[in-house]
Every structure is written in structure tokens, then in C-alpha cells.
Design a protein. Structure first.
Length: 646
């Protein structure tokens, strides 16, 4: 029985033994390496094999020996799709012969028998080759056979002949890695985007009345002016009337209270309908087009729960959790109770029909121009459902982006990302001091987690008004914005952030008089807003390619625990950004910081330019240690572009 003798191990990237796909974006190269070796002294060769998931035929590119049996290869990710890849290795018959010939030539030994052996190896390659390569090999073989004795070894050892032979190997002892690996190749917006969350019904001007999608459309130019390229809408569907919540989550609602939009479904329809107060499907499609005309994508909330009067509850009661008496059980997260919501049972006996229906919701909105979905509480649903749903949707629509809103334990957050979520909410909203920020973002961007999880840093949400924003005032809002917008290439704010809205329920990280339960009318130009600051930060993000990338974050030393410094640069170092942030919203702080001139090839005695992008100020520095002072009442951060002066 033939046994393989070549060992292929320690393959990178490989996630959980190939169980899950790694993530990249269109236009990148996928770098692959592995340890490949065999017994004895024979030379080996290796090929990186790859194909799109829908193709049968493999393409391949040679891998190169780096050192210590580590082989490397790469292929270009040209399309928004899924690619599969694996590795094939085999004995390099010609390479082995060539190495031995070179050693014998160096030792001055006779070569007649060896050269005849080489002719046979080349003749076999002529039969395998096609096209121009076949003719070139045949010509070289004829030249070798007809050459003078003193020229034959030079022809046999020619690098051009070795390159040709490498393209048409014999593949003796062929060994293929025992699994096919996968990479999901997303479009660029999966990695670089600025999100703006707004409640549609609160975009109007009349107190006590819902705004419409036409009102939302009129808000779009202002959001574009702030520099956001994704507008995310909480559920826009009809809201249930049974057990409707009142202001501040009161158990009883008045006759004119709108209820919580997450209690989805009532007589006008469910997840495929528009709340009549907002408008019609035609109004929604018009809104999506108006946003697209401004370079903004529309993201919809995908919340898999139903109000008691959702059509599903009467038409498909088998899809819900049941009490022993047969009634449907409302949602709970003790001690919280959600009397206005029925959770779906995604593992019910009729789950096949339920899953198909839930997939059809996503496809329904994709047909209406939505390609981005923020998924509510995915950690309360089976991970295998998400793995199935995302793969099924992206098989037809690979451009679709899914953001996981899962503020839960780390292992579940990571499992959801592995299952296919394009982006993930993070703990950033609760990370405030220098040490915890450094530790957390080193893990997110510099460990294996970065292979599958892209952190989208939201500064606040309708559910979370963090203590730092409640207590730190306007400087805290500016400081947290800079951190979110530059630590990650993905970030978002919830409307009201630009107004420094920070009125909370006593003792809670929750907004008082939240628009989750009532209509709001905002004065978008009220005094104290930071709209110009947000627009400036988003402009800096767009204009500096280093900030478009996720895994290039590097933390730098500072001698003050209240000041954090970090940076990003493009691979060619043509764009180098250093960010310095005062984490104390109350007091001015000073520090000496480390500047990465060694990565730019700048000698310690050479003067270089540090341009402050928020203010336009220019600083001329020498050396890798620099002094900074940041007063949060003026500006809490520096965003610096470093440039050599010649």
C-alpha cells in the first residue's frame, strides 16, 4: 500500500482546523505558509492551490522555501466571494537532480551518466508541457544533447531551464493537505465604514408625532456632511399593540404612545412591512436611493422576535416557545422582562420552514436595495443558524454585510464572528483606561482573533449611555469619538452623540426619556454640539489610507497613564498616522511619547514633519521621544501625519 512520505503541517491561515473561514477584503493578497518536509535529502516542491467556491478546477501558484522547512505562497483575492485553498507537495525530481549535479561539478567529478539522466527527466517534462513552454523545453533539450561537453553542464544548470521545469513537475510522491480551507472575501465597506444610527420616527419637527421616511430623507445631506457612509435604522416595521410599552419602558402605554420598535408586528404586517406612520415600501425604496446618491448605504435592523399580535403568532404558533398550558411565552432576560415580545424558537420541530422564512426576510430587503444588516442579539439564537443563514444569503449576494450586536461573553462573541458575521460590536464602550484599551485592542487586531473578527466600535447605543459620557461632558464625547474612529477602521455613533446628549436614568447606563419608547424632536444645531469635530475626524479618516485598515494598529509607549498613543501606517509607509489621546476628560495632561521613526527609516538626527490634522499645525521634530500636552477643554487628542522632509 502506497504511503505518503511528505509532511504538511502548521498551515496558516487555518481557523479551528479549517472548520471556519478566515476573512479578507477584495484587492488583498492571501499569504499562506506551512511547514513542509520529508525524510532523506530529496528536494521537494509545493503548490498553493486555490479556487472560487463555485469553480471545480483549481488554480495554483508555486510556494517558495523561506527557511527551516517553512514554505510561503500567496494568491490575489480579486472577487467578492468565497475562495477555497489547500497545499500540494511532491518530490522535486529535477530539483534533486540539479542539486546533485551542482555538487558533483564543484567536486570536479565526471558527469556523463548524470547528464544523460537529466536529458530523460527533461524529455518527460516536454511530454507534460503545453504551448510555448513545450516548444522551449524541446529546444533546450535539443541544445543540451548537441552541445560540446564543456557547455552541457552550464546548460543543465541554467536558471531559466529550472524555472521552466518547475512549471511542469513530475509530482512524484504527490501529497495534498488533508483539508480544504476557506477565506471569505468581502467588499471594502466590510473593513472601512463610519456608521450613523438614527431612529426614523424622531427625525421630524412636530412634537408627539412620528416623522416619516420623507423626513428621514431630508436628514440625509446633514448626515453625509458629517462624513458617515452607513445610516443604520432600528426596526421600521409595524409595532405591536398587545402589551405595548410606555415611556421609559413603562408597563402600560397611553393611547398615543408609539411603543418600542423592537416589538415587531401587528395587523398591518410583520418583518416585511413598513410601519404605516413612516410611510410605504415605495417611500423606503426612495430613501435608499436618496442615500445611495449621497454615497451612503442603508443598514436595517434584523431582529428575530415578534410582538404578540405579529401575524406569525396566529399563523405559525408552532414557531414559538410554549408554556405547558399551550400559550406562547414572552421574552425574559432575568430580571428583565419583555412583555411586548415573543421570542422565536429556532430549534422547534418545524425549524426548517422557520429558517427558510427568516432567510426570506433578508432576501426581501436585499431586493429593495439593502445590503447591510445589523443583527439584534444574535447570541440568543443558535450559532449554527447564523452559520447557515449567512452562507445561504452570501451565496446569492456575496456583497451582504452582517453586523453582530452581541454584548455577551467573549467566547460567544468570537463564535458568532467565526460563524460568518462580517463585523462585531465590541467591549470598547466600556474600555476607558490606557491599560485595558491597550490589552483589548492588541487582542482584537494583533492576535488570531483578527483573522475572523472585525470590531465595529460604537461610542453609544440606544441601550447604552456609558458612565464616561454621562460624567465627562463634551470633552469625553470628543475623546471617545477619536478613539473609536482611529483604533478601528469601523466605528459608529447613535444619534444624539453629536449633541453630547447625556441625560441618563438615575444610577443606570440608560438614556432618560429614550426614543425607544416615545417620539423625540431634536434640535440638530443646539449649542454645544460637536458636529464640526465629527466631520473633521471623518474627513481625516477618508483622506488617510492608513486609517482604512484594521490589523495595522500599533501601540506606542508613553510615560503618563492618562495618555495613550498608537498609530497606523500603510504597507509602503507612504501614510503614517500617530494618534495621541488624553483619557482624562477633566484635566490637562502631559507626556513624553514614543514616535515610530524607526519604522519609517528616519535617523535619530534627521528632522521630520508632524502635521496635526485636526488643527493644521506643523511641528518639526527630531528623534523618537517627543513631548505633548493635551487640554480636554481645548482638544483632547492629536491626530498626526508623519512625513520625512526629503
Amino acid at each position: 500500500m502506497c504511503q505518503t512520505t511528505i509532511i504538511i503541517e502548521n498551515v496558516y491561515p487555518e481557523l479551528d482546523g479549517g472548520r471556519y473561514a478566515v476573512k479578507r477584503e477584495v484587492g488583498e493578497w492571501l499569504d499562506v505558509w506551512a511547514d513542509i518536509f520529508k525524510h532523506g535529502h530529496d528536494a521537494i516542491a509545493a503548490m498553493l492551490k486555490y479556487r472560487r467556491w463555485q469553480d471545480r478546477a483549481w488554480q495554483e501558484t508555486p510556494m517558495r522555501l523561506h527557511d527551516n522547512h517553512r514554505w510561503t505562497g500567496r494568491f490575489f483575492l480579486a472577487e467578492n466571494t468565497r475562495y477555497r485553498y489547500t497545499i500540494e507537495a511532491f518530490q522535486d525530481v529535477f530539483g534533486t537532480w540539479r542539486e546533485e549535479l551542482a555538487k558533483k561539478v564543484a567536486a570536479g567529478q565526471a558527469m556523463r551518466g548524470e547528464l544523460r539522466e537529466g536529458e530523460e527527466i527533461i524529455a518527460e517534462a516536454v511530454e507534460r508541457a503545453t504551448g510555448e513552454d513545450r516548444q522551449r523545453l524541446a529546444d533546450l533539450l535539443e541544445t543540451l544533447r548537441g552541445a560540446r561537453a564543456d557547455r552541457r553542464t552550464a546548460i543543465a544548470l541554467d536558471a531559466g531551464l529550472a524555472e521552466l521545469m518547475g512549471r511542469h513537475p513530475d509530482r512524484v510522491g504527490r501529497t495534498v493537505y488533508d483539508r480544504e480551507l476557506e477565506v471569505v472575501v468581502d467588499r471594502e465597506q466590510a473593513r472601512f465604514a463610519a456608521w450613523y444610527e438614527m431612529f426614523p420616527r424622531s427625525q421630524g419637527t412636530v412634537p408627539g408625532r412620528s416623522a416619516t421616511l420623507r423626513d428621514c430623507e431630508r436628514r440625509l445631506p446633514a448626515i453625509a456632511a458629517l462624513g458617515f457612509d452607513v445610516v443604520y435604522l432600528p426596526p421600521i416595521h409595524p409595532i405591536g399593540r398587545v402589551n405595548r410599552k410606555g415611556p421609559n419602558n413603562a408597563l402600560e402605554a397611553g393611547p398615543d404612545d408609539p411603543g418600542c420598535p423592537y416589538a415587531i408586528g401587528s395587523a398591518p404586517g410583520g418583518h416585511k412591512a413598513i410601519d404605516p406612520q413612516l410611510g410605504t415600501l415605495a417611500d423606503f425604496e426612495r430613501f435608499v436611493q436618496a442615500a445611495a446618491d449621497l454615497g451612503i448605504a442603508v443598514a436595517l435592523d434584523y431582529a428575530l422576535q415578534c410582538a404578540p399580535d405579529h401575524p406569525y403568532a396566529s399563523e405559525h404558533p408552532e414557531w414559538f416557545y410554549r408554556r405547558p398550558d399551550g400559550t406562547i411565552k414572552f421574552a425574559e432576560n432575568p430580571p428583565k422582562k419583555y412583555e411586548d415580545i415573543y421570542p422565536l424558537d429556532l430549534l422547534c420541530p418545524e425549524r426548517e420552514a422557520l429558517w427558510e422564512e427568516l432567510k426570506s426576510i433578508v432576501l426581501f430587503w436585499i431586493e429593495r436595495g439593502v445590503k447591510v444588516f445589523r443583527v439584534d442579539n444574535p447570541h440568543t439564537k443558535p450559532v449554527r443558524f447564523w452559520q447557515w443563514l449567512i452562507r445561504e444569503v452570501q451565496r446569492e449576494h456575496p456583497e451582504t454585510i452582517f453586523l453582530a450586536e452581541a454584548f455577551t461573553h467573549p467566547k460567544m462573541m468570537k463564535a458568532l464572528a467565526k460563524a460568518g458575521f462580517t463585523q462585531s460590536y465590541t467591549y470598547f464602550i466600556w474600555r476607558n483606561d490606557k491599560a485595558e484599551l491597550a490589552e483589548y485592542f492588541t487582542e482584537l487586531t494583533q492576535s488570531d482573533v483578527a483573522e475572523y473578527m472585525r470590531g465595529n466600535l460604537f461610542t453609544n447605543t440606544p441601550d447604552i449611555l456609558p458612565w464616561i459620557l454621562q460624567q465627562g461632558g463634551r470633552p469625553a464625547f470628543k475623546m471617545r469619538l477619536v478613539l473609536a474612529a482611529t483604533l478601528s477602521s469601523l466605528y459608529g455613533i447613535y444619534n444624539g452623540f453629536e449633541l453630547c446628549e447625556n441625560v441618563a436614568m438615575p444610577g443606570k447606563e440608560e438614556y432618560c426619556d429614550s426614543e425607544k419608547y416615545e417620539y423625540k424632536v431634536w434640535d440638530w444645531d443646539r449649542p454645544g454640539n460637536i458636529k464640526d469635530f465629527i466631520a473633521a475626524v471623518n474627513r481625516i479618516r477618508r483622506e488617510n489610507p492608513a486609517l482604512h485598515y484594521y490589523k495595522n494598529l500599533r501601540l506606542y509607549w508613553t510615560d503618563n497613564e492618562q495618555i495613550i498613543a498608537y498609530g497606523k501606517m500603510t504597507p509602503d509607509k507612504s501614510n503614517v498616522i500617530v494618534v495621541v489621546v488624553n483619557l482624562d476628560p477633566y484635566h490637562a495632561q502631559e507626556a513624553t511619547i514614543s514616535v515610530p521613526i524607526w519604522e519609517m527609516g528616519i535617523p535619530p538626527d534627521e528632522e521630520y514633519l508632524a502635521r496635526e490634522l485636526l488643527t493644521g499645525a506643523d511641528y518639526y521634530w527630531r528623534g523618537d521621544r517627543q513631548y505633548v500636552r493635551l487640554d480636554p477643554q481645548e482638544e483632547p487628542a492629536h491626530i498626526l501625519a508623519l512625513q520625512r522632509r526629503h
